[in-house]
Design a protein around this ligand. Structure first.
Ligand code: GAF
Length: 398
């Protein structure tokens, strides 16, 4: 069973239906669901055309949508509302298609708006006004891809309602365009792909160059193991400079090596030709991380969780030392989890805050959680949010 069938989701859906009717005075035409993700390994490799290995988690965005009709007075406006922290009467953000301009929509509404904008760029597609209500339990700013969940829920809803017949790859590419051009975050294609293409109890092995995927079984139950998320509650954002700077360094390194992307570099020795020491270190992470993804897929297929754990920790070291995207809080979480017996641990997602993950034995959940909480307390950090996640099914009609 996946979370989409769970009692909790059914209850959330019923509440969303009711709230939609209350806010907009109509029933929604349907509710669509898109999960957040954890990236097991393969960080910042997506925009280098490399390999990633994320999985969708049992936390998701739900989007209730209704297309406006001739009978709606303001039938050309796009109305967005969210249940998030809004009490009984959430405010409605209304914009016209004329106002649907890159970087012009503030706050969370930028994400569904970005998707409408991206779809409208397609030849032959002309969307009308809609009413949309969002409910999400993917923690915001925690590196678990809350914004992509929202974009993906919106695109699967609109694809269904307008019978656009988009493939999952097209939807991933369109949401990437939405994020890059409309929201202004220069992100890759991993997060939306994970939300769209994942399968329950599997990780998604994605080649970001060919967009080929393989579902890799996660042998967690066999080993009585779980994935623990340690959200540092230090919010991160990809619109800020750090992410773009890493991307620019990778492009600089690729140019120095005269290759299209760092994906084409197979051996670390080839990096000697890069003169700039920072670009060289960044490229070192990408080249070694691509290799670690392939090795992790192999180890998962062999059922060798110890080997997976080692690769996760090596990935963390590489992000801390070569890519320099970790933070003190993430390092403390990872070290405390490892010292308390984790099989492996690493920061996950874009970095500069957000979450780390630990691969642990189920019997160690309390011990590891407690150790991380104590380490945060001693360091004077805010209390982390710690919870286990399961690998869930990708987006669809709820
Ligand atoms: C963020 C981005 F959105 C992804 O595209 C990816 O680059 C990730 O950071 C790092 O692996 O989540």
């Amino acid at each position: 069973m996946s979370i989409s069938d769970s009692k909790e989701t059914t209850q959330r859906m019923a509440a969303l239906h009711q709230k939609f009717a209350k806010i907009y005075g109509h029933q929604p035409e349907g509710i669509w669901r898109a999960p957040g993700r954890v990236n097991l390994i393969g960080e910042h490799t997506d925009y280098n055309m490399g390999f990633v290995l994320p999985f969708a988690i049992d936390k998701n965005a739900l989007v209730a949508v209704r297309r406006k009709t001739q009978l709606d007075a303001d039938r050309q406006t796009l109305d967005f509302a969210s249940t998030y922290g809004s009490g009984e009467h959430p405010p409605i953000t209304s914009i016209t298609f004329d106002e649907l301009v890159p970087r012009a929509v503030p706050g969370w509404a930028a994400y569904p708006a970005a998707v409408l904008w991206a779809l409208n760029q397609l030849e032959g597609v002309e969307l009308g006004g809609i009413q949309l209500l969002v409910d999400s339990d993917v923690p915001v700013g925690s590196g678990l891809s809350s914004s992509h969940a929202l974009e993906v829920a919106t695109i699967v809803a609109l694809d269904d309602l307008y019978e656009l017949g988009l493939s999952k790859v097209q939807m991933a590419q369109l949401t990437q365009r939405a994020e890059n051009e409309f929201v202004g975050a220069p992100t890759g294609i991993m997060d939306q792909s994970a939300s769209l293409m994942s399968h329950a109890q599997h990780a998604l092995f994605l080649d970001c160059h060919s967009m080929e995927t393989q579902a890799v079984p996660l042998p967690l139950a066999q080993h009585d193991a779980v994935v623990l998320v340690m959200d540092t509650r230090v919010e991160h954002s990809h619109v800020d400079g750090g992410y773009a700077a890493r991307r620019a360094s990778c492009e600089q390194a690729a140019a120095a090596l005269e290759v299209q992307s760092l994906r084409e570099v197979n051996a670390v020795a080839e990096l000697e030709a890069i003169e700039d020491p920072v670009a060289k270190r960044r490229a070192m992470h990408i080249v070694t991380e691509n290799r670690r993804v392939l090795d992790t897929v192999f180890a998962l297929r062999e059922g060798d969780l110890e080997a997976v754990g080692k690769l996760l920790y090596q990935s963390h070291e590489s992000m801390r030392d070569d890519y320099e995207i970790s933070s003190e809080e993430l390092d403390v979480a990872v070290e405390a989890a490892m010292a308390a017996g984790a099989i492996g641990a690493r920061m996950t997602g874009g970095g500069f805050g957000g979450s780390a993950i630990a691969l642990i034995k189920r019997e160690h959940i309390d011990k590891v959680s407690q150790a991380v909480r104590e380490a945060f307390d001693q360091a004077g950090y805010v209390e982390p949010a710690i919870f286990t996640v399961i690998a869930d099914e990708g987006a669809g009609k709820a």
